[in-house]
Design a protein around this ligand. Structure first.
Ligand SMILES: [Zn+2]
Length: 186
């Protein structure tokens, strides 16, 4: 099965969270998939972010992460996930935030000049910093189905799923299936 970056994979509502969500089923050791483990998928992510990211207007056209910056970019991805996940769960410490700031500043230092195309790693660092400074913890959520992180920008903060059309429907379908099965076996 070929993999492609679809709109669903940008359900995070912030570029930094979409990057963090590139690890599928992060806490399931057996089924966990790191989509960036495939170098082609990692390169393709920048072009997909230009189409689908909620922050695409903010950073201008993005270009892929240069080979020499990929390891710093992956460090930023992990620090982003740890910090915001802990913030949502109420377990965040100064250490989480300091690690995120360290990872972001390493990248920002490597891209001092503004260029026509923004490298994905530089944009992700800025996205993570903006999210950390926005201080709207009530808008940050973890999808109960897939564990992705997302920003709930709905007016009454009523979003439950990262993506209703994927995770919401999947859970509803499972419930429906279980109910039907119960009726059949009752
Ligand atoms: Zn989900």
């Amino acid at each position: 099965m070929t993999f492609s970056w679809t709109q669903h994979r940008f359900a995070g509502g912030a570029l930094a969270l979409d990057v963090a969500n590139s690890v599928i089923l992060r806490f399931d050791a057996e089924r966990r998939i790191d989509r960036y483990a495939d170098p082609v998928a990692m390169i393709d992510f920048a072009a997909a972010a230009n189409r689908f990211s909620a922050e695409k207007e903010l950073f201008g056209p993005l270009e892929p992460v240069a080979l020499e910056n990929q390891s710093a970019f992956l460090d930023l991805r992990e620090a982003t996930d740890r910090h915001f996940r802990a913030a949502i769960l109420g377990t965040s410490t100064g250490e989480h935030l300091a690690n995120l700031l360290d990872a972001a500043s390493t990248i920002i230092r490597r891209h001092p000049a503004k260029t026509a195309h923004t490298p994905l790693d530089a944009a992700t660092a800025r996205s993570a910093l903006m999210l950390a400074m926005a201080n709207e913890p009530e808008r940050l959520k973890i999808c109960p189905n897939c564990q992705w992180l997302f920003v709930d920008r709905s007016r009454n903060r009523s979003r439950t799923w990262c993506d209703m059309t994927v995770c919401g429907n999947r859970v509803k379908a499972n419930r429906h299936y279980r109910r039907q099965k119960k009726e059949l076996t009752a």
